[in-house]
Design a protein around this ligand. Sequence first.
Ligand code: AMP
Ligand code: MG
Length: 396
Amino acid sequence: MLPFDDALRRILESAPALSSESVSLESGVGRVLAEDLIARAPLPGFDYSAMDGYAVATNAFSGAGPWALSVRGESRAGALAPELEPRSACRIFTGAPIPVGADAVVMQEDVTREGDSARFAGAPQLGAHIRRRGEDLAEGTVAMGRGTRLNAFRIGLAAAVDRGDFLVARRPRVSILCTGEELRSPGSLALPGTIPDSNGPSLAAMAQSAGAITRIEPRTGDTMEATEHALRAALQETDLLLTVGGVSVGEHDLVKAALSNVGAQLDFWKVLIRPGKPLAFGRLGNTLILGLPGNPVSAQLTFALFGMPLLRAMQGDQKPVPARGKARLQSALRQQPGRTGFYRAVLEGDLAITASNQASGSPVSLAHADALVIVPADSSGFEAGESVDMIRLAEL
Ligand code: AMP
Ligand code: MG
């Protein structure tokens, strides 16, 4: 019997580091950097104007105002700036380079134009509205460290520091083997006693969103021979094998024995979580194995809580575990102490509305949930209005 944190730690510690590959900006989202991304250019690359207005030298504003300067030249975005002539103002636009000799920009709203002359009511501050070369990031410094998972903003930063490609961890290969005579493909002919395989597609979708390449193996029935045969095939050329079902204690639950028979070393745990079921964890050579329970809510939640962080850790992600947030409970939530509870909830603002059906047989409440509200193992629950920890499902 393992507490949640211990099981997660043991799984993450066993994550092997995957090799790296180069990808282009366009295919980098969701990947994890396998190098420190060095800025090859400073950011910004040159001094430029943050406003439409006039570039000036502050030493032209001596004595009492207002001041008038003649307007000479123009600096546009994408072109070289002219030099600032003495005692003049240079017309300038947002993003345009600052003329040599200018040390401030006055926004055009603060300037009265009279023919070729510009009148200034106030004197500008030194450096006003100028973005300096390298003020956000100096050339040669680390824009993002190895182990950063790239989201859209980080793709933007990589592009801004002039990187068209970079090294990321290669995608982990995940194979998924569902067991059970009762399973059939969703949408296929419904023979009596059969049910659609809902875990395979759900687990594949989750693994893909954690950066994996997935392979759904042909389902296997509940004989030892078929299970061993399917396992041998599923263990080929994969970094993580997920087996689904057949790990409880019924006489048709053969997966654990079959895994041993094909040579896998297995830890078999009861993890103290709710909804909770047994979890097998092990390896064969370089392939890790997660044996998930068959019940869809248990399988999908167990994979979300352990498998997704594992896939991220394999890619070197420095933050493999989803961030926890806070929410206020709309109504009281009770549990028998002893296991960490993960309760499905809908979020409305900062309010968590826990699903009335928390049964491990209810995939409906899981599919409609926005978050999992967490009740610590030693707690018997919370009152309405209390603040609780939660994991947003969108962050998984
Ligand atoms: P098991 O762990 O094999 O005893 O399965 C527990 C329950 O989950 C049974 O009701 C199975 O029919 C169901 N189940 C197992 N695998 C799947 C699957 N891939 N998709 C949907 N339900 C499943
Ligand atoms: Mg089964």
